[in-house]
Write a protein that binds this ligand. Sequence first.
Ligand code: AMP
Ligand code: ZN
Length: 454
Amino acid sequence: MLKLYNTLTRKKENFKPLKDHEVGIYSCGPTVYWYQHIGNMRGYLCWDILKRVLKFNGFKIKHVINVTDVGHLTSDADEGEDKMENAAKREGKTAKEISEYYFNIFLDDLKKVNFLMPDVWPKATGHIQEQIDLIRVLEKKGYTYKTSDGIYFDTSKFKDYKKLARLRVEKLKAGKRIEIGQKKNKTDFALWKFSETPGLRQQEWQSPWGLGYPGWHIECSAMSSKYLGEQFDIHTGGQEHIPVHHTNEIAQSEAVFGKKPWVKYWLHNAWLLFGGEKMSKSQGDMYTISVLEGIGYSAMDFRYLCLNSHYRKPLNFTMKNLDKAKETYKRIKNIIYGIKDDEKTNQKYLKDFEKAINNDLNTPNAVKVLWKMLRDQKAEGKFRTIKKMDEVLGLRLFERDDVSIPRDIRKLIDEREKARKEKNWKIADALRDRVRDLGFFIDDTDDGPRVRKV
Ligand code: AMP
Ligand code: ZN
């Protein structure tokens, strides 16, 4: 039985979806004003594993990841500038160009890390009417009020406001981070912001409240309900979303739809840390998958590193850790290279593996089971068991590295193969050694020689 840690109850719970046939998952996605760094990637990889584990357990999935391309402001307190508008100014492009550019790079990186793509990638700017509709319902139900800069949600009207974060709202200090301004309560948040100077922003829309743009939180309620219904199974995101973004999503959604709980399971990933701090776009040193590739690491090295820490524990990113991951990943692949398919499955190791992943997605333990089986000289059924395990790990363990072999070495390999066929073992061995000295290793398989870098 699959168990997942639910932030809502602070407990590991047996996973039981609302409907038998399909699990609805919504993941808070990227704000596409800049590159997605490896911290972001760590988050997405956690949810990739979640999906793979659900599949392993026989569930069908509908997965939605939103793309924030308007309304995410630089401060937590509905103030500051819109990140998209800022980026457009910085780069002298339209907000749409910015969003497309960074989103496409993000997609490329996701493909590289072997991420299972969601069924829907809805964009906030493509769902303005849906967001306006929700705000109108909230308005009719009496949850909103107007200030000089927008329409706000009155959190004092929603009595369960603190439930996800277990907030002690009275203790939140008004001050640097929480400017109360004209807000009635410190925790109130913007649903709709008025255009300060109409025509100045690139992205603004007509609404019942005049020209403006949606606040950041409402898009997730609007798009999740459109694609997954008014109540669904799993909502994911980074830990920092617990006290503000997800708390606000719950408040507005339960206020509109009246369904409790709006989402059954809330899952949050811990951060990737760099130099002891959360890697973030505002930090100077920001690694992306492409940057790692540029300095000799593959996306799979990074994936292997991520799988070795549990999603609810911080992952300390250092070059030393990445080197170790690269080395170990290479070793696994080299071992697997020599394993033949005996057409069996090793039920014992597969069961242990299943136990690990079903215990709140414990990938470090799952990888340990894989290693234990690889080291077990007597174990049968390794080939097919690893294939099954890799459906969850997604490490492309059977994919051959793209070895480009120089022409003169290819000639030596062919000569050796000829010698081997003619049973000229001495010549064959000598050629094999020469190829090895030149940096390539030949494995003889039933399908002919396979070549990899030493
Ligand atoms: P953003 O594009 O910054 O809005 O973030 C997109 C997603 O990445 C969110 O779900 C964040 O919680 C997550 N995220 C951002 N930084 C990190 C980090 N250093 N480690 C793990 N997840 C992160
Ligand atoms: Zn969200």
